[in-house]
Design a protein around this ligand. Structure first.
Ligand SMILES: Cc1cc2nc3c(=O)[nH]c(=O)nc-3n(C[C@H](O)[C@H](O)[C@H](O)COP(=O)(O)OP(=O)(O)OC[C@H]3O[C@@H](n4cnc5c(N)ncnc54)[C@H](O)[C@@H]3O)c2cc1C
Length: 485
């Protein structure tokens, strides 16, 4: 299920008239909604589904991209928007011996129901005699562990860092209430949530869930005085105490409970909310294998090895997440070739060079949708819709104004990254003391990691940069050429 409320996470609910069934919709329903959106906007007629972009080369003569696909197409668009996903590339941990394991293994994004039995909606009935290991305890594992606990003989959960798991409180959405919503309600609700979870404290909390309860105060920003810094730390600690108390209230074995307590600060990792995860540890078939913050260091043919003990398992599941701020090229699966034959991977060898995260010098008319040097929203749908407005504005306004090419200057790119670093000072200090996660590039310290940051803090501060840029007809920080008459 989505971890952000369906009413603000599923896009185009007003356009399609669809009322989600639950406050947090299951994956099957989200997929059905994607198909509904596809039908509504006639994408089935116009999109090239099941077609992979394999290469994109800038054609300086034609002022167009030359795009090749897995189906043998050669396309020549004026603008190329690379929206290949911001969290779609499965990430496996670099554990010694990972390929030596002799049982069945898969990443959660490649679930093998043929092995586990069941389906996205039916219990996994082939696990009754299976010992299952799961590596990872983040947002995915929180949902997976209770399902495994239901049918597997034994479940071994290998933990590097415990998640903070608050109350989910999933409930059906009242259809009569939904029918009373006024036009524009979805945008209002989306903005209200973003404001509530970035410390703006709006008068009314429309979504009113765990996220808005916990994130009502931004405790990672730069404090103006030592007193304010102490106050922010106190608030942060108090919130994390509520998560730790919840573990004690639910988990019966005190030793297991102690290991499940998140000891870090609240903006370090994506918070989790679930009403069956902690409860699963009270089941006799669920075993927590804590690794004291270091993670599993070795996998043998029979299973993971922790502190010299081999945990023999039949199935090993990697709930190890997705790449978020790593190199764009590896995530896209192709390496755009810009002016003078330069590859994007070369230009970005020391990290990203962009204006607002969306355009890069030497790569005219390439518009990029990702997190690197761009915004970041707790509700990804909100971030993506703001970004889409910007990307489509750039392309449409250039086409309307007879502009053949647009690209940022190197100076504008450097000014942008300096702005990100300045805005991120407080956040950087906060993230540096965090446990490794995608929020702090797994703790990596390098120029690439420093450049590949997202705009810190409130999404709307990032959006304000985009809006100011759109309002200025001179397209500041860019060089444009006109279509030849
Ligand atoms: C398991 C999971 C749960 C999530 N739950 C939430 C949630 O509850 N709340 C939230 O706010 N966010 C959530 N997210 C974040 C989620 O990724 C985004 O909300 C959203 O799906 C991103 O949309 P997107 O269009 O950018 O990327 P995607 O939905 O990943 O779409 C990218 C598309 O590009 C295609 N593509 C990539 N490379 C190429 C290529 N070379 N050629 C052609 N096509 C290509 C991919 O196949 C894919 O279809 C979740 C992510 C995951 C992985």
């Amino acid at each position: 299920m989505c971890d952000v409320e369906s009413l603000i996470y599923l896009p185009f609910l007003e356009e399609t008239g669809y009322c989600p069934t639950m406050k947090y919709a299951p994956a099957t329903e989200i997929f059905e909604h994607c198909q509904r959106v596809g039908r509504h906007f006639e994408l089935y007629e116009h999109a090239l589904f099941q077609t992979e972009t394999e290469g994109a080369t800038w054609d300086d003569e034609a002022d167009r991209w030359r795009v090749t696909t897995s189906r043998g197409d050669v396309l020549s668009p004026r603008f190329l928007i690379a929206a290949g996903g911001i969290m779609h590339k499965a990430k496996l941990p670099g554990i010694k011996g990972i390929t030596d394991f002799e049982g069945r293994a898969f990443h959660t994004a490649r679930w093998d129901y043929g092995y586990t039995g069941g389906s996205a909606t039916e219990p996994m009935d082939r696990l009754a005699d299976k010992r299952v290991g799961i590596i990872g305890t983040g947002a995915t594992a929180i949902q997976v562990v209770p399902q495994l606990a239901r049918t597997a003989k034994d479940v071994y959960v290998f933990q590097r860092t415990p998640s903070a798991v608050g109350v989910r409180g999933n409930v059906p959405i009242d259809r009569e209430w939904f029918a009373t919503l006024e036009p524009g309600w979805q945008r209002d609700r989306i903005l209200n949530f973003t404001s509530a979870v970035t410390g703006d404290q709006p008068d009314e909390d429309l979504v009113d869930d765990g996220w808005t309860d916990v994130l009502w105060r931004d405790t990672q920003r730069e404090a103006a005085t030592p007193e304010e810094a102490a106050e922010l730390e106190r608030v942060d600690f108090a919130v994390m105490e509520t998560f730790r108390r919840r573990v004690d209230e639910i988990v019966e074995d005190p030793e297991t409970a102690e290991k499940l307590k998140p000891w870090y600060a609240k903006h370090c990792k994506r918070l989790c909310f679930h009403d069956e995860y902690l409860q699963a540890y009270n089941e006799p078939n669920v075993h927590l294998v804590d690794t004291d913050g270091v993670g599993v260091q070795e996998i043998g043919p029979q299973g993971p090895v922790v502190d010299g003990t081999t945990y023999e398992v039949d199935l090993l599941i990697f709930a190890s997440g997705f790449e978020v701020t790593t190199g764009l090229v590896s995530r896209l699966g192709f390496d755009p070739v810009g002016r003078d034959g330069q590859h994007l991977s070369e230009r970005w060898a020391d990290g990203a060079h962009t204006l607002h995260g969306v355009m890069s010098n030497g790569f005219p008319n390439l518009l990029i949708a990702h997190f690197v040097q761009a915004g970041f929203g707790l509700n990804f749908h909100h971030y993506l819709s703001e970004l889409t407005d910007h990307l489509t504005h750039i392309a449409a306004s250039c086409l309307a104004d007879g502009i053949a090419t647009i690209e940022p200057t190197v100076d504008a790119e450097e000014a942008w990254v300096q702005q990100l670093w300045a805005a991120g000072k407080g956040f950087g200090r906060y993230a540096a003391q965090c446990t490794p996660s995608y929020n702090n590039a797994e703790g990596e310290r390098s120029m690439a990691a420093a450049r590949n940051i997202a705009h810190p803090g409130n999404l709307m501060n990032y959006v304000a940069h985009l809006e100011r840029w759109r309002e200025d007809p001179s397209r500041p920080g860019t060089v444009t050429t006109l279509v030849e008459a």
